[in-house]
Every structure is written in structure tokens, then in C-alpha cells.
Design a binder for this molecule. Structure first.
Ligand SMILES: *[C@@H]1O[C@H](CO)[C@@H](O)[C@H](O)[C@H]1NC(C)=O
Ligand SMILES: *[C@@H]1O[C@H](CO)[C@@H](O)[C@H](O)[C@H]1NC(C)=O
Ligand SMILES: *[C@@H]1O[C@H](CO)[C@@H](O)[C@H](O)[C@H]1NC(C)=O
Ligand SMILES: *[C@@H]1O[C@H](CO)[C@@H](O)[C@H](O)[C@H]1NC(C)=O
Length: 567
């Protein structure tokens, strides 16, 4: 027995750092892999309600914490911008579906605004029938156009009343309010929707909403708030999964999962065990925080160890990380039908011993430092770096950690700052090509990825960055009241990847690139002549009617004059 224990310990020690240190990848990071995705692979694009819909107070919608945050917290968002009107997608469903058809995607990821359906957040108060009708029409129209909806229940826009009355995700009562809301969605839309995401990027909800305060509701409860919020979010996810399993699965036969967004953490020095451990910890404090309870029944050991030790050093009687009871662990474990993954960039990680006396914080608990390689391509400080190989390692990590789960990539993309109407998004094309290629390599490694959602359909409100970061395949002219959309060059490129279901060969892929960039420069030139078009519009809207009116008046006067002469 002792020998077995010894061997299993060795095995674990090898396995954990193994992914970084020992795993051989058959194609090296630098070479491009030509090949196809498995048949039936689902290609899509995504968006979220608060970022695109606008109509923030229309047709009975209640305010969300993001409405309140953008209206009141001046100075925390780029140029104090809000998403009050954003892309006006609430009024432009048909236009947006046309854009989806142009890309010929198989799925569209959207989110439902909780306060649009239930203005106060509490279903027992009342349900807004206009909200139900809006999403019902939208979903039906997607299906009529052969686009599969993948629907997120919570993409950050908590009803403001739940924040005011209960403290939002700090309060355990959110579990039952969220469950009521989710059941309403299953009841109303579940015959049409077969892919449900409970939460989008709960890491950001907890950490930026309750620790740093960079996002709504803007609280800075350092070292405690994020852990409590996450605890309630995990319980909410599990509750909703069980509701679906018990009440709706039999008739609706859909899938319910969560969507987790994380960077990849690569050790600075792969031969230094401290760096390897630090990188592992970085992943556990992001991905494992949510995935480990759902796949293995509890918080990752690294989080329990580090937060527990720091709490003791700070003189607290118990860990700041909440504890699941045995019953809760059993209830949470296994609540997945698929895993949604968001991924944008990579960091190098090294150990950094924060002294406990600095006071409690998430940063302090994690004890790591993040670095970037100055050779990685980027657009300047504060912009994500393009590190495609990190995506493949991230996907492989998920496969080994959580027992080869069914994966949908729910978010992946890069933003650019494009001033005026500029449609040549060379940077996004490069990112798309290389990240999709690394995902293809990961699938060849054996990772079970069934779909890819490029982020995002439109330029939109990017939280603390306002409209300054443009993630869209379609450029949106926000200064224009009509919010016109224009295709960027990447539309052509993504269309080709989708049509070929991969990358056929070098010549073809190079041809896609030259066609995409040729069309974008000519389109940009045509749009540069836009003032002329505006002028034409003025002619039809003002000059023509005025001239007509004058003509009619003159004829009337002439007629009167003639009639008088006759009489
Ligand atoms: C944003 O609002 C703050 C506070 O009212 C103000 O000081 C700041 O100048 C505003 N910024 C812009 C760009 O309007
Ligand atoms: C769009 O996708 C469908 C199904 O994937 C395919 O049958 C069709 O040929 C595609 N249309 C175009 C114009 O590529
Ligand atoms: C949760 O909400 C209830 C009801 O308003 C309140 O009594 C309780 O103090 C809240 N708990 C927290 C942790 O805010
Ligand atoms: C899900 O529902 C099925 C059918 O009712 C049941 O057999 C199964 O135990 C449920 N799964 C979990 C994890 O509760």
C-alpha cells in the first residue's frame, strides 16, 4: 500500500508541472498547420446585451448595475461613455441577422438582459412581456435564418434593485432570484434554445465588481468581496443546472454550461519549480476557482492553501475563502454539459512573495507577478498581446485538468483602435488566423473543441474602455444617430475560414489575405467620400420637397388668377 501511495504522489508531481515541462507538442509553435476542422464544427460570433442593445430604459426595461455605474461613476470609464444607445441592436435585429448571414456563421452567441425580462430582478414582482416578446422574436428570427442561438443568462447586467436591496452577489438570496429568472427563460425560450450559458466570465464579475471596483457595482471589498461573490455565483450555477436537469431536460434536450475566461500563464523559467508552481497557481486562481468546484467538487488546493495561510498570518480566525459543506460539494460537482472558454492573451508568471502585512487582497493571496515578453507583438501599453501558442496550451491544460470535457470556445478575439471609418483591420486578421490555427493544433492534440465563437460581431461598448477598443467584424459609426455598420477586412477572411472549415493550403490562405485587404482599402476610399453622400441626402430630404411645395403654391396662385379672369 505504501508503495502505491508513493507512486501516485510521484505521478502527481510529474503530472502537474508535466504540462509545461514534459509534454511534447507534435507541431512546433512557429509553424503554420494546414488542415481541416472536424465535420460539423460550429463557427460563430458573439455579443452581449448591455454592450450592444441600447434602449436602456425602453419598453419597460428596469435599470441594471451597469446603467447605474456608467451614469454615476464618472471618471471610471473612458470619456465617461455609457451604453445607453450603443449599437441600437434592440431596434436592428434584422440588420444584425443580415450580417450573420454575410459571414455564414452556424451560431450566434447572445445574452438576455435580466432587467429587460424582470425589471426589479424578482420574478414575483412582475415580468415584462415586451422583454419576452423581444427575445422570442430575436431567437425565432435566428432560427428561421439557420443560425443556432447560444444564449447567456448572465453577462454582467444584474438588475439594479437586487444590488440596492441585497448587495447583489454578496447576498446568498441571489441564488434563488437567479434560479427563478433562469426557469422563466427555459420556460419561454427553451423549446428554441438548446445551448445555455449560465454565467459569462464570473472571474471578472467577482474580481472587477467586488475587489478592484473597476466594473459595476464598483465595490472595493479587498480580499473578501470577490470570494463571497464567486461562492454565490457557483451555487447559482449549480442550482440552475439542477433545475434544468430536473424540470426541462427531458422535453427540451439542451445543454447547460458555464463560460470561463482566462489568460494562459506560462512560467518565466520552465526549469525553476517555483515559477512552474506560480504559473499553476495563476491558472487555479482564475480557471480553477470556478472549474474545480464544478468538475471536482471543491476549490483548488492552491487557493485553499494560500488564502488560508495568509488569513492566519493576518490574525483571522478562519480563511477568507468560504467553505462548501459536503452536501454542497456533492451538489455542485458534475453540473456541466459542456465547458465554455474565453481566452484572449498570455502572461509570463513568476513567484512574488507579497508580505501578509500589506493587508488582504486577491493579488496578495495569489503571490505571483505577471510579465510580458517585449518581443510579443502588441499595439502599445494596455492592449492585448498576440501570443497564439498560449491558446493551444490553455486548451491542453483544460483537457488534462478536467477530464477531457466537451468545449465550446465562447470568446476569442482582439481589439483595435480605429479612428474615423477605417476598415483595414490587419491586426485582427493576423490574430484570427493564428489563434484559430492554434485551436486546430489543439484539436489534433486530442482536445474536444466542438465550436468557436469569435469576439465579436460588432464594435460595441467595452466596459471600462468605452468605445475606444473595437472588437467587431463590423465597424459601427457610433457618432451617427443611425449607427451604421460597415464590414472590416476580417469579415472576408473569417468567411473563408468558415467556408473551407479550416486552412486548405498556403496558396489559398495567402489569396484570402490579399483579397480581404484589397477590398477593405477600396471600401475605405468610398466611405471617405461619405460627406458627398450626406450632401445628396440633404438634396433629397430638403431641397426636393421645398421646390415641390413652391411649385404647387405657384400653380395654385396661377390657377386662381386664371379663374378670376374667366369670371
Ligand atoms: C468625466 O466626469 C468627471 C467627473 O464629473 C470629470 O471630472 C471628467 O472631466 C469627465 N471626463 C470627460 C472626458 O468628460
Ligand atoms: C453557408 O453554410 C451552409 C452550411 O454550413 C452551406 O451549406 C452553404 O453553402 C454556405 N453558403 C455560402 C454562401 O457559403
Ligand atoms: C442579504 O439580504 C437580506 C435581506 O435584505 C439582508 O437582511 C442581509 O443582511 C443581506 N446579507 C448581506 C450579506 O448583505
Ligand atoms: C439529472 O437528471 C437525471 C434524470 O432525472 C437523473 O437521473 C440524474 O441523476 C440527474 N443528475 C444529477 C447530477 O443530479
Amino acid at each position: 500500500m505504501k508503495t502505491t501511495a508513493f507512486f501516485s504522489l510521484c505521478y502527481k508531481l510529474l503530472l502537474v508541472p508535466g504540462l509545461w515541462a514534459h509534454r511534447e507538442f507534435p507541431w512546433d509553435d512557429a509553424s503554420f498547420y494546414y488542415g481541416s476542422f472536424p465535420p460539423g464544427f460550429s463557427w460563430g460570433v458573439g455579443s452581449s446585451a448591455y454592450q450592444t442593445e441600447g434602449a436602456w430604459d425602453q419598453d419597460g426595461k428596469g435599470p441594471s448595475i451597469w446603467d447605474t455605474f456608467t451614469h454615476r461613476q464618472k471618471g471610471r470609464i473612458f470619456m465617461n461613455q455609457t451604453a445607453d444607445s450603443s449599437c441600437e441592436s434592440y431596434y436592428k435585429i434584422q440588420d444584425d441577422i443580415k450580417l450573420l448571414k454575410e459571414l455564414n456563421v452556424s451560431h450566434y452567441r447572445l445574452s438576455i438582459s435580466w432587467p429587460r425580462l424582470i425589471p426589479t430582478g424578482v420574478k414575483a414582482d412582475y415580468v415584462n412581456s415586451m422583454g419576452i416578446k423581444f427575445y422570442s422574436d430575436f431567437i425565432n428570427m435566428l432560427l428561421e435564418n439557420d443560425v443556432t442561438p447560444i444564449v447567456t443568462l448572465y453577462h454582467w447586467d444584474l438588475p439594479q434593485m437586487l444590488q440596492v436591496k441585497f448587495g447583489g452577489w454578496q447576498n446568498i438570496s441571489m441564488v434563488s432570484y437567479f434560479n427563478d429568472y433562469a426557469n422563466l427563460c427555459f420556460e419561454k425560450f427553451g423549446d428554441q434554445v438548446k445551448h445555455w450559458i449560465t454565467f459569462s466570465d464570473p472571474w471578472a464579475v467577482a474580481k472587477e465588481g467586488y475587489e478592484t471596483g473597476r466594473h459595476a457595482p464598483g465595490l472595493k471589498l479587498r480580499g473578501t468581496g470577490a470570494y463571497i461573490a464567486a461562492h454565490h455565483i457557483i451555487k447559482s450555477h449549480a442550482k440552475v443546472w439542477h433545475s434544468y436537469n430536473k424540470t426541462w431536460r427531458k422535453t427540451q434536450q439542451g445543454l447547460v454550461g458555464i463560460s470561463l475566461t482566462c489568460n494562459w500563464g506560462e512560467p518565466v523559467d520552465i526549469t525553476n519549480p517555483k515559477d512552474v508552481e506560480a504559473a499553476e497557481r495563476y491558472m487555479q486562481f482564475c480557471l480553477g476557482w470556478f472549474a474545480n468546484p464544478i468538475y471536482a467538487g471543491d476549490y483548488p488546493q492552491a487557493m485553499k492553501d494560500y488564502i488560508g495561510r495568509k488569513s492566519a498570518e493576518q490574525g483571522l480566525g478562519m480563511s477568507r475563502l468560504p467553505v462548501f459543506s459536503l452536501q454542497e460539494k456533492n451538489n455542485i460537482k458534475g453540473t456541466f454539459d459542456f465547458l465554455g472558454l474565453g481566452h484572449f492573451t498570455t502572461r509570463y508568471i513568476t513567484e512574488k512573495n507579497h508580505p501578509s502585512r500589506q493587508g488582504p487582497s486577491f493579488q496578495n493571496d495569489c503571490d505571483i507577478a505577471e510579465l510580458v515578453d517585449p518581443n510579443w507583438p502588441d499595439l502599445g501599453s494596455n492592449w492585448p498581446h498576440i501570443v497564439p501558442w498560449g491558446f493551444r496550451r490553455f486548451l491542453n491544460f483544460v483537457q488534462t485538468q478536467y477530464g477531457n470535457p466537451l468545449i465550446y470556445v465562447t470568446e476569442n478575439g482582439v481589439s483595435e483602435k480605429l479612428d474615423h471609418i477605417q476598415l483595414c483591420d490587419e491586426w485582427r486578421i493576423q490574430y484570427l488566423k493564428e489563434y484559430v490555427n492554434e485551436m486546430l493544433k489543439a484539436i489534433k492534440d486530442g482536445v474536444n473543441v466542438k465550436g468557436y465563437t469569435s469576439w465579436s460581431l460588432l464594435d460595441k461598448f467595452e466596459w471600462e474602455n468605452g468605445y475606444s477598443h473595437r472588437y467587431g467584424f463590423f465597424y459601427v459609426e457610433f457618432n451617427n444617430r443611425n449607427k451604421p455598420r460597415y464590414p472590416k477586412a476580417s469579415v472576408q477572411y473569417y468567411k473563408n475560414i468558415i467556408a473551407a472549415n479550416g486552412f486548405p493550403n498556403r496558396i489559398e490562405v495567402e489569396r484570402w489575405h490579399s483579397i480581404a485587404t484589397e477590398t477593405c482599402s477600396s471600401t475605405t476610399q468610398i466611405l471617405a467620400a461619405e460627406p458627398l453622400l450626406d450632401h445628396m441626402q440633404m438634396v433629397t430630404e430638403i431641397v426636393v420637397p421645398t421646390v415641390c411645395t413652391i411649385c404647387i403654391l405657384l400653380s395654385a396662385v396661377l390657377l386662381m388668377f386664371l379663374l378670376r379672369r374667366q369670371s
